[in-house]
Each structure stands twice: as C-alpha cells, then as structure tokens.
Design a protein around this ligand. Sequence first.
Ligand SMILES: [Mn+2]
Length: 474
Amino acid sequence: MIELSKFNRENLAKEIGEGAVLLHGNNTIYRNNDVAFDFRQDSNFHYLTAWPEPFAHAIIIIKNKQPDLYLFVQDRNIEMETWDGKRFGPEGAKKHFGATDAFIYDDYLKIAPKLLSGIQNIYCNYSNNSFEKYDKKIINQATPYDQRGASFSDASLKSLSPILSELRLIKNEDEINNLKKACEITVEGHKVAMQYAQKEMFEYQIEAEMEKTFYDLGAERLGYPSIVASGDNACILHYSTNREKVDNSGLVLIDAGAEYNMYSSDVTRTFPINGKFSVPQKDVYLEVLKAQTLGINNVNTKNTMSDIHKLTVSSISQSLVDLGLVPMGVDETISMMHYFEFFMHGTGHWLGLDVHDAGSIEENNKPRKLMPGMVTTVEPGIYIRPNKPEIEFKLLKRDPKEIRERRKLLGMEKATKLENEEMKDAKSIKHVIPKDLLGIGIRIEDDIVCTDDKPINLTEEAPKTIEDIEAICS
Ligand SMILES: [Mn+2]
C-alpha cells in the first residue's frame, strides 16, 4: 500500500508539473461519550499517503514533476497510546511512509506557510471544510498579495478533485488485485448467506453469518452497510435496518460487499428463502438476469456508461411489456419513461476505494468511452412495489437527458416545478399490476473490469443462474 501511494504521488506529479497539493485526513468521530466510530482514512488521503491514523495533514510539493511528501501527524505519546493505540509519529512517517520530512499535527499552521512559501500553483479541495479552517490562512501567509495584512494571496488556487478523480478512475495492477481479493471474500460471504438462510430467520441473522465470513477471510470492514432485504423490503433501495423476519416463501435480496486493503466490493444477489423460486419470481428474475448479462457483455472500450444504461433500459422495458407491468409497447415504455416505475436507478457506478468511486462518467460534457482499468458495477433491477397495485402512467414523452440538461440550466428548484406542472397536465392511463408480481424486488449486481479484450467479472463465482441458486439454497 505504501509503494502504491508513492506510485500514485509520482503520477500526480506528472500531471501537475510544478506546485503544491494540500490534503487533510479524516479525524476521529465520537459516537457517544468517549466511544468513537470505527476510523477509516479519507480515500484521497489514503491514495496519496497510505497514512492510517486520524488527525493528519499532508503537503505534496512538486518540482520538475517530482513529488516530495510532508506529513503532519499525531506525536508519539506513550500515555495516549496506552489508551488509543500505537502511533507512528513524525519519525515513523519518514521511516515507513516515504515522507521527506514530518512534523506534529498541531504545528501545521506554523510550518505549512514556510513550506509553501512563494509557490504559485496550489491544489486543494474547496468543498472540504478544512479549506476555510486551514488552507485559506496558510496560502495567504505563504504567498501574500498584500504584505501588510497577509489577508489576500496571489497564488492561483486550483481544484484537486478533477485531477485526482481522473487518476483514481484507472486502476493499476495492484489496485485490481486488491479489488479481486475484496470480491473473492464477498463472493464467499454471499454463498454462506445463501446456504445459511432458512425459513423463520430474521434478516440480521443472515447478515451476521455473511459478515462473519467477510471478517473471517480478512476483510477489515464493510464497503457499506449490508442490505439484507426480504420480501417487500427488496423494493426499498437502501434498506439496511435488517430487523424483519423473512417471509417463508419470499425472496431475499442481499447487497453487500467486503472492504480489503481499503478497496470495496459491491455485490447483489436475490434468492428464494425456501430454496425454490416460484413461477412469478422466476419470471421476473430471468428478465433481470437477461438485462444484467447484456450490460456486463458490453463493458468494453467501444461503449460509454450511458450506452450500457440504454441497453439495460431497453432490455428491461421489453421485459416489463412481456410481464404485463406497463400499459404500452416497448418504444413508449422507454420514451415516456414508464420503466422508471420499476427500474429507478442507474445501471452501474465506478468501484474502487469508495463503493461509489471517484471519476466522472463524462469527459468534456459528453459521455466518456470506457477504458482498460476502469471498474464498474452492473446492477439492473426490477422492483414491483406492493403499495402500487394500480399505477397511473403519464402519456408524456420524457427524455432523461433533456431533463438533466434543463435541471442544470434552470436549477433543481425551477426545473422540478416545471416537470411537475408538465406531468400534471399530461393525459394518463391507469394500469393494473398483475397480482402475483406485487412485492417482488430483484437486483443482480457484479463487479466488472474493462480491458482491451473481454470484460472480466470479478464476482462471477457468486451463484446467479436459477439452477446454481436453487442448488446452493436447498
Ligand atoms: Mn452498487
């Protein structure tokens, strides 16, 4: 991980050429009294420093495309370490983390302006509240415009996020290996959940058994809170209370991923608690699987994420027509966005240090082609909400791209108001949802690496066909 962060700093230095980068790590956050939430380092900070402790700042000074790392970290303190855990201290930062020099955290405001003195190009994250708290002050002092008050600076401030996001978007071999391991562990956890889940269980019991496997196989933590949603709960996209008893003939949707070496997996499987899909469950499942397979096969350098979404949307739309869930044909289901009643999220997102990883799906305001080393999820779904036995579909053409453009142009407030008015005035058609499909919610999700050749599915070992799922569940 330390080697990887050195490599990442060198790549950043090649992009920036001359200048300085200001970074802030995460701090300990208290839950109640002196009990802290589990600490996890900020992903950008980790990417460029591999520093594992709370309360740290970093400055990377770049000259002739060569980076020098300066770390500000908690000082060694035997008493504090007895309570809160070992610290590397400034000496450890130099010895083990490749810092050119290191200082104690509290000296940041004093020493940072000296390090930055006279540097013109400064990269920071304005949206981080440390910008107001620290960065503005030290830049004003380091590169003052008015020598008397030092309250202005003539440094050119630049946003770090776009450069760093672009770097993080393409994963190198070490990163792919971390993701592979996170995925391997995650697959085992999902298999255990399928084997273990039985009638009369509570969702959290299945969750506990799965997460035990994650930790047992070396995961440091979860990539995100596990979703173990039985029956109707599968139609709540971010359900994570996991406190209900599983319905004896229902499906269980599990969306969970282990984190390994800071990299996260993200897998969803949906299976029948009693080991056998009912006919309606199987009908919907096979349609989602069809769309997902199509999506995965199209993760290649010819396509954009938006192309892949279009493909899954048209596949799901055909399925919705075939299942009798929508009132019109495929073309109208797409152009009037009737599919959105049942498939209301995107097809995938980048995966890496963050489960929804850094990087834009656009380049120069246009959808970007996938490149080798990009890693994305592919996760279409169909959710047939139990509280909507009859749906009023608007007969109005809606283009998600136009909606997005107008929201950008007018702002959310005005644009959504207009949307509501247009929807209100539009004609509509009422449609009764087939009773036996109500409450079925299915999502299938895998983690896919784009290559020059065929896509690599890092999570294909998690059972997915009807036969494989019924075999492992029974
Ligand atoms: Mn996902």
